[in-house]
Design a protein around this ligand. Structure first.
Ligand SMILES: [Zn+2]
Ligand SMILES: [Zn+2]
Length: 382
């Protein structure tokens, strides 16, 4: 790769990132984003397969041989009102790229540009542009629609920017990198009545309160102290007046764990505690599970490969081993369940946090991200 060619392309890359920033689209609505990027890749001569998981697509660079690597970026924005004040701020009311997926998409474009300018390697690179990372499991849907049967990969890698980590510094760990998340709506059904005559009712507020308290024992009493887990009751809706006992209470609950066994145990305990606590009050429960993401499980060899590339390319300080998993979650986990690989953080510097209305992707990463992904693919094929 002639570095001066990439340097000359960098301003265009910044421009692409800012254009994407102006047109955020939420999960499975990324039609314009997807079209813009797919058209660009097609124009460069890559083989583009559109329509995986609605707005997702794969661009393939085939330099022969039978080895293949997958590099993935997410494309969706969030329903947040942007307050960055940037000249290139979102032009779509109530939507913004508050998680930096505009930057991830652009870094992958930059990686494709660099690899396209190399003809001295053998291998296939699948650039995977996925929709709906935030809430709707776009990665899982791409897999269901045959991602890895149609585009077999020996390994997959993804980057996510990380506010608070020094600009351009990478961080990852082997094993659990991000937690699994499951979310459920719990409806506790009793029998409402007059607030003066509790004996004629089954009070769902008392039953639900008891469930909330009992759930706090699941992590402390059922999970080994060395393991991590969180159960959060984030919403509790019931009743409308001080003298009326309502018919039902509705709770929104999230469960997180960094180990697959702890994850299933917490889900089981949640169901048992909710059902049995409610039963003891004569109330009934209904549990509606929503989409869950598994633990993001990094392959040790893949992390080793990436860390080696980072240290050799940018110096020893550029890679910071992550000592503990993060309790957030990530739907790249679904891809890592099928194909070994690694998910890495790339420091966004001292910026506002992810999902914050003042957050913005750091354009300085548009150089380092592509340089890393390019070097990673080259070493993978070497
Ligand atoms: Zn996010
Ligand atoms: Zn994100």
């Amino acid at each position: 790769m002639d570095e001066s060619v990439f340097q000359a392309f960098l301003p265009e890359l910044v421009d692409i990132r800012r254009r994407l920033h102006q047109m955020p689209e939420t999960g499975y609505e990324e039609r314009q984003t997807s079209a813009l990027v797919a058209d660009l890749m097609e124009g460069w001569g890559l083989t583009v397969t559109r329509g995986l998981a609605a707005t997702g697509f794969v661009a393939t660079l085939d330099r022969g041989g039978d080895r293949a690597i997958g590099l993935r970026a997410d494309m969706d924005g969030l329903p947040i009102v942007e307050e960055t004040g940037a000249v290139y701020a979102s032009r779509i009311p109530g939507m913004m790229h508050a998680c930096g997926h505009d930057g991830h998409t652009t870094m992958l474009i930059g990686a494709a540009f660099r690899l396209l300018h190399d003809d001295d390697f053998r291998g296939k690179v699948h650039f995977i542009f996925q929709p709906a990372e935030e809430t709707a499991g776009g990665a899982a849907r791409m897999i269901e629609e045959g991602l890895f049967e149609r585009f077999p990969c020996e390994a997959v890698f993804a980057l996510h920017n990380y506010p608070g980590l020094a600009t351009g510094r990478f961080s990852a760990r082997p094993g659990a990198m991000m937690a699994a998340i499951d979310a459920a709506t719990l409806t506790v059904r009793g029998t409402g009545g007059h607030g003066a005559r509790p004996e004629d009712t089954v009070d769902p507020i008392v039953a639900a309160s008891s469930i909330v308290m009992a759930l706090q024992t699941a992590v402390s009493r059922n999970v080994p102290p060395q393991e991590a887990g969180v159960i959060t009751v984030g919403a509790f809706h019931a009743g409308s007046a001080c003298n009326v006992i309502p018919d039902e209470a509705v709770l929104e609950i999230s469960l997180r764990a960094t180990d697959p066994d702890v994850r299933s145990k917490l889900c089981r305990r949640f169901e048992d505690i909710a059902r049995l606590q409610a039963e003891s009050f004569g109330a009934e429960v209904r549990i509606d599970w929503q989409v869950g993401y598994p633990v993001t499980m990094n392959d040790a060899a893949a992390v080793g490969l990436a860390a080696g590339v980072i240290r050799d390319t940018f110096g020893d300080d550029a890679f910071e081993p992550l000592d503990r998993p993060m309790m957030g979650s990530e739907d790249f986990a679904f891809m890592l369940e099928k194909v070994k690989g690694a998910y890495l953080f790339l420091g966004n510097g001292d910026s506002a946090g992810l999902h914050n209305s003042r957050y913005d992707f750091n354009d300085a990463l548009l150089e380092r991200g592509p340089v890393f992904l390019h070097a990673l693919a080259r070493r993978f094929f070497a």
